[in-house]
Design a protein around this ligand. Structure first.
Ligand code: GLC
Ligand code: MG
Length: 246
């Protein structure tokens, strides 16, 4: 990844995955390009679930895989977990307390996950419970980051986690200096990585919550959905042929 001049950091569900024909075209476009494009997948899924999707959809192996809404970073070589990020995530993390506080809200159904690197819920009722839960965590001085996506998923993460922070860390440490990149997403858990200020795309099928993002020169709203939107944005930022890069 350190030697690649271009990099696509993309969410999977509803962004990279969701329109197979458009994805095949995008991958061919990258293959035909004179420079190799590094791939970083940034997903809300846990590792095994991400791997299942990657094999079901026959996705190319990424240079780096960020899972669990930015609480875990895996390197391409044998999917080795990044130890520094892992240690950072464990600091001040109190998953049991969070579960205890959430138990006062019956409409928050705890998601079944393989471990407690994040605590996530699915909402089955009024959105009011989400704000009350959020407030309860603050009142109890629990160090955390709170992410609500698709009007359904609630992720409580260690403070300083999230797709944006994890991606920024990975780019700083492992990407080429001055790499030309594109960040792509479709829902609330992508908000923070799309706000980093790098060239970014909200794909055409995005959830309404992303339409509330502040407009900015580097934030492109695609008309096309999923991988088609990524392709559209790539051409917008870097041209058809990447020799014409700005
Ligand atoms: C994915 C994950 C889920 C998470 C959601 C939002 O759907 O599987 O656990 O809550 O993304 O980040
Ligand atoms: Mg998504």
């Amino acid at each position: 990844m350190e030697n690649k001049k271009y990099l696509l950091a993309t969410d999977l569900d509803g962004t990279f995955v969701g329109d197979q024909e458009a994805l095949t075209k995008l991958l061919q476009f990258f293959k035909d390009s004179p420079d190799e494009v590094a791939l970083v997948y940034v997903t809300g899924r846990h590792l095994t679930s991400a791997q299942t999707l990657m094999s079901e959809e026959d996705l190319p192996s990424p240079d780096m895989l960020i899972t669990d809404v930015g609480t875990s970073i895996y390197h391409a070589d044998g999917l080795r977990e990044d130890p520094y990020w892992k240690a950072r995530m464990q600091k001040d993390w109190q998953p049991e307390r969070i579960v205890e506080i959430a138990s006062a809200f019956p409409s928050l159904n705890k998601q079944k996950l393989p471990d407690d690197r994040r605590v996530s819920f699915t909402l089955s009722g009024d959105v009011g419970a989400v704000n009350e839960f959020k407030k309860a965590l603050v009142d109890e001085s629990i160090a955390h980051s709170f992410i609500f996506s698709s009007n359904r998923d609630i992720d409580v993460l260690p403070l300083g986690a999230g797709k944006g922070n994890a991606l920024e860390y990975a780019l700083d440490r492992y990407a080429m200096n001055g790499v030309k990149l594109l960040i792509a997403g479709d829902s609330g858990n992508d908000w923070d990585m799309l706000s980093l200020g790098h060239p970014s795309v909200i794909v055409g099928n995005a959830q309404p919550e992303l339409l509330e993002m502040e407009p900015c020169e580097n934030l492109f709203h695609a008309n096309e959905k999923c991988a088609g939107g990524i392709h559209e944005a790539w051409v917008h930022f870097y041209g058809e042929h990447r020799q014409t890069v700005r």
